[in-house]
Design a protein around this ligand. Structure first.
Ligand SMILES: NC(=O)c1ccc[n+]([C@@H]2O[C@H](COP(=O)([O-])OP(=O)(O)OC[C@H]3O[C@@H](n4cnc5c(N)ncnc54)[C@H](OP(=O)(O)O)[C@@H]3O)[C@@H](O)[C@H]2O)c1
Length: 273
């Protein structure tokens, strides 16, 4: 990892999180970031990383080039940097939801190793998860290097079928918001029961954090963990029955299908032509 130079275009939430995680792991020297906003450049400089307004110097030294702009802006960006990318031929890593590898490669002039990554916002606190997919040109060494970039802020899971990136987007890319919504809902419900709002918010958030840690330590065992806190005839059993009777599983399935569909739409809408 130390031998690679990494360029990041776009210093929003995701670009900044990656830059911060990489700087902590490998030092800031071999990282360069560009963004068109001076305040975002400054946040990068505060990490000890070189920041530019112009994308060219970032591409010129990048072995791995992360494109961390919104899906809507990716095509224009690729058109603008295609020549520089063809001159340097880095491994291109896109974190944009929905936009397909073939479109990115075509916009950049073709013949490139392209990796798609779907991280999530807990990457900001070095606690993210990322799904990764690589095109057929990407060598095992390039896959390893790309995974190391995302591993600076997240756990990394490879998918071999690109279409499944939209499903991963629906589960983990958008997923933090589902859990925040659950905390909002519990806070509202507890406040309605008379708990002080700040106490209730802290109880709900602490519960989310604790439950999250338990299930993270025992992946695939959510049902067993739930069974362990669901005593027959107890309060939890009554609440879980109410959730299930009211269609909780179906609601989650519908919500994630909607997100998956939106990711597909973004790919079709912004990836065409
Ligand atoms: N945030 C998440 O939870 C999350 C999770 C997974 C994946 N992602 C993906 O990560 C990507 C970035 O998301 P974000 O939330 O970090 O976006 P963001 O906050 O909008 O950051 C992107 C930054 O890049 C700048 N930029 C855009 N085009 C540029 C160009 N041609 N040259 C230089 N700078 C440019 C933007 O400026 P302007 O504002 O002027 O355009 C903005 O400052 C998206 O594609 C998203 O799908 C995000």
């Amino acid at each position: 990892m130390q031998t690679f130079s990494i360029g990041i275009i776009g210093a929003g939430n995701m670009g900044l999180a990656l830059a911060a995680g990489l700087a902590a792991g490998m030092g800031p020297e071999r990282i360069a970031v560009s963004d068109r906003h001076p305040d975002k450049q400054q946040r990068i400089r505060d990490l000890g990383i070189t920041a530019h307004a112009d994308n060219d110097p970032v591409i010129a030294h990048a072995d791995l080039l992360v494109l961390a702009v919104k899906p809507q802006g990716l095509r224009d960006l690729c058109g603008a940097i295609a020549q520089g990318v063809q001159n340097r031929r880095p491994v291109v890593i896109s974190v944009a939801a929905g936009i397909r590898g073939t479109d990115i490669e075509r916009w950049l002039g073709g013949g490139l190793s392209v990796v798609r990554a779907m991280p999530n916002t807990p990457a900001l606190i070095n606690a993210g998860v990322s799904a990764l997919w690589a095109n057929a040109r990407t060598t095992p060494a390039q896959r390893q290097a790309a995974a190391a970039v995302l591993a600076a802020v997240s756990e990394v899971f490879w998918l071999e079928n690109e279409a499944l990136m939209d499903a991963a987007t629906a589960i983990s890319g958008s997923g933090p918001a589902y859990f925040f919504l659950m905390v909002e809902a519990l806070t509202a419900a507890g406040t309605a029961m008379g708990l002080p709002r700040d106490v209730c918010a802290a109880l709900a958030a602490g519960t989310a954090a604790g439950a999250g840690r338990m299930v993270h330590d025992h992946p695939g065992e959510a049902a067993q963990l739930r069974a362990r806190v669901t005593s027959p005839g107890g309060t939890t059993e009554r609440a879980i029955k109410s959730l299930l009777d009211n269609g909780f599983m179906e609601m989650c399935a519908h919500a994630t299908q909607a997100a998956q569909l939106r990711a597909r739409e973004l790919g079709e809408q912004w990836g065409a032509a």
